[in-house]
Design a protein around this ligand. Structure first.
Ligand code: SF4
Length: 223
């Protein structure tokens, strides 16, 4: 099972046990617009994590016309570009097993456009966009990409930093990445014992250093 697929499974299991959280803070491997939408719709969980940035060369260029520069009219199935041109086609598209909407602009308009260099690398083809397949998913993706650049969002997400230090400690000291046993039930016992060992180690550290008010922050946390 891929990391991303685990998110739904974890939420379903927690809900079945009556332990669904109001907010679940995860790293980028566990979050997509679809996961955020499902977590909220099915379990009323706010899934907090960075969605992947727009990978287009227009985004990387800094001043290019990325997806966020276009206005999508989901009812009319049309997109308006930063120079006011309306798209010509709106079609379903499948890439690597995932559904998208492919939008294309008119060839003549794009070839005559004075801002073409900011919009497309192609010398002849008009600009096209691949949107997520529904309005909800597209809006979640765009809103999260903006949100995750704000200090407020980053302050909320900072709570996750300490778990990285905990995972790292358990990987290094208890070999958490490898199971020592065959079978899920025995592996689960290993995980529980590892968590207990981690807690005992930390309590022992704390007792040995009674004057220390707080653990020194990890490098990741400090960053
Ligand atoms: S190249 Fe085409 S889509 Fe891009 S800004 Fe110009 S007219 Fe609009």
């Amino acid at each position: 099972m891929q990391d991303g697929e685990l998110t739904d499974q974890i939420h379903d299991d927690l809900a079945r046990a009556g332990l669904a959280p109001g907010e679940h803070v995860v790293d980028a491997a566990y979050v997509t617009a679809a996961k955020i939408e499902r977590a909220q719709r099915v379990h009323q969980i706010t899934l907090l994590g960075p969605v992947a940035p727009d990978p287009s060369h227009q985004t990387k260029a800094g001043n290019g016309f990325d997806k966020a520069s276009f206005t999508v009219d989901w009812d009319a199935h049309q997109v308006v570009c930063p120079r006011g041109q309306t798209s010509r086609t709106w079609q379903p598209l499948r890439i690597s097993g995932h559904d998208y909407i492919q939008v294309r602009f008119g060839e003549a308009a794009c070839q005559a456009c004075t801002d073409r260099a900011q919009c497309t690398n192609s010398a002849v083809r008009p600009r096209s966009l691949a949107l997520l397949p529904t309005r909800d998913l597209h809006e979640i993706q765009q809103a999260n990409r903006l949100d995750q650049q704000t200090h407020d969002w980053q302050d909320r997400y900072a709570i996750r930093a300490s778990i990285e230090a905990t995972l790292s400690q358990n990987v290094r000291t208890c070999g958490l990445r490898r199971t020592r046993y065959r079978g899920l039930r025995r592996t689960h016992v290993q995980h529980v014992l590892t968590a207990l060992a981690c807690n005992v180690t930390r309590i022992a550290d704390w007792i040995a250093s009674p004057t220390r008010k707080q653990r020194a922050p990890s490098h990741f946390h400090a960053l």
